[in-house]
Design a protein around this ligand. Structure first.
Ligand SMILES: [Zn+2]
Ligand SMILES: [Zn+2]
Length: 359
């Protein structure tokens, strides 16, 4: 379908993005009922260099009972301890210094950006390009978030998109809220995840020195950026007690970062409308967008994984897009991919659940 598309450069106001437009005469076809439809893969040329996150509907789960769960007790114990620590942290909130609270919020926001603008939109989906200073900031922010290194995160995430909600999806939401939220990290991977995940092309990340550098030094880097630094700064700079610093700025903040991100895999795959594609599980979930600085427009994101905004809109409940646009304004981000309105409307018409509100 390559020749049916028309790639164009748009400069809409504040930012220049690569945008795909589909001419009515050549990009749309007549459906059985006379409605205008577009071929499934017609929007994919917007990012020709990457196909690894495109949904493969031909993959189906093999028949038979699911394999027995194999618990990873180390992870279970660590997760229980972390959440107990975070819970205790909430009881200290009223007695901590204001700066400690602000520090926790800033650290939360930077950590989330390391996931959303970094591991997700830049490295997993290649929805925009970043210059070295921005990449260095994002890899540090990503290390602060401690959710596996970028390479592993991106491999799991590409597998999630490609084999969404099957046994080959690391956090298959058909296995329930708890499994897709955190349970998948507490048990051994399903054999289908290992098999399919190992086939995902990761050559682009293998060739990126910064990503490989983070992978090599991940453990000491995480110890410093996720645990030691956020605990020591409040104690050293504004005389916070070690107890308040550890339980609020470190354990509570880390637990909130984790749970906010996990909501994308659980809540945003289970609760909400599917205005762009009713045939897939991911949903539009405003609360998740609020918690993750813009990653809850999940039905849109799975329909158009190559859009740098992970949403039809730009700054609407989407601090991550605002951040990327600010980086673009100072020349650190460029080549932001944005799906054209015409393509979005055609997709809504073809596969939406009818909940889309116009005007
Ligand atoms: Zn994604
Ligand atoms: Zn998803």
């Amino acid at each position: 379908m390559l020749n049916q598309n028309h790639l164009s450069q748009q400069i809409p106001g504040y930012c220049a993005t690569t945008s795909l437009t589909v001419p009515r005469s050549c990009g749309q076809q007549r459906g059985q009922g006379g409605e205008e439809t577009m071929p499934l893969d017609s929007e994919q040329d917007i990012r020709p260099e990457m196909k690894e996150d495109i949904h493969d509907p031909s993959y189906q789960d093999a028949k038979g009972p699911p394999p027995k769960l194999e618990y990873v007790w180390r992870n279970i114990i660590l997760m229980v301890l972390l959440h107990l620590g975070a819970l205790y942290g909430t009881t200290l909130l009223l007695s901590c210094k204001l700066y400690t609270l602000l520090w926790g919020i800033v650290y939360f926001s930077i950590s989330i950006l390391g996931i959303t603008a970094g591991a997700h939109r830049l490295w997993s989906h290649r929805t925009y390009k970043a210059r070295l200073p921005l990449k260095i900031f994002l890899i540090i922010a990503n290390t602060m978030a401690f959710q596996n290194d970028v390479y592993e995160w991106a491999r799991d995430h590409r597998t999630h998109h490609k084999f969404s909600d099957t046994h080959a999806d690391p956090h298959n939401s058909h296995r329930g809220f708890f499994f897709s939220h955190v349970g998948w990290l507490l048990v051994r991977k399903h054999p289908a995840v290992k098999e399919k995940g190992s086939l995902v092309n990761m050559s682009d990340l293998k060739a990126e020195k910064l990503v490989m550098f983070q992978r090599r030094y991940y453990k000491p880097a995480v110890l410093m950026m996720c645990f030691i630094l956020p605990t020591l700064v409040p104690c050293h700079f504004w005389g916070e007690t070690f107890q308040h610093s550890l339980y609020i700025a470190t354990l509570l903040r880390y637990a909130v970062v984790l749970n906010a991100t996990w909501l994308v895999n659980s809540a945003a795959h289970l609760y909400g409308y599917r205005p762009y594609d009713k045939n897939i599980n991911p949903r539009e979930q405003v609360l998740v967008s609020l918690a993750t600085l813009g990653e809850g427009f999940h039905n849109y994101h799975h329909a158009f994984p190559y859009d740098y905004s992970a949403s039809e809109y730009r700054w609407h409940i989407n601090f991550t897009t605002f951040f990327i646009d600010c980086m673009a304004a100072i020349g650190l981000a460029y080549d932001r991919k944005k799906v054209s309105k015409a393509s979005i409307l055609a997709r809504i018409k073809r596969t939406g659940d009818g909940s889309y509100k116009t005007g």
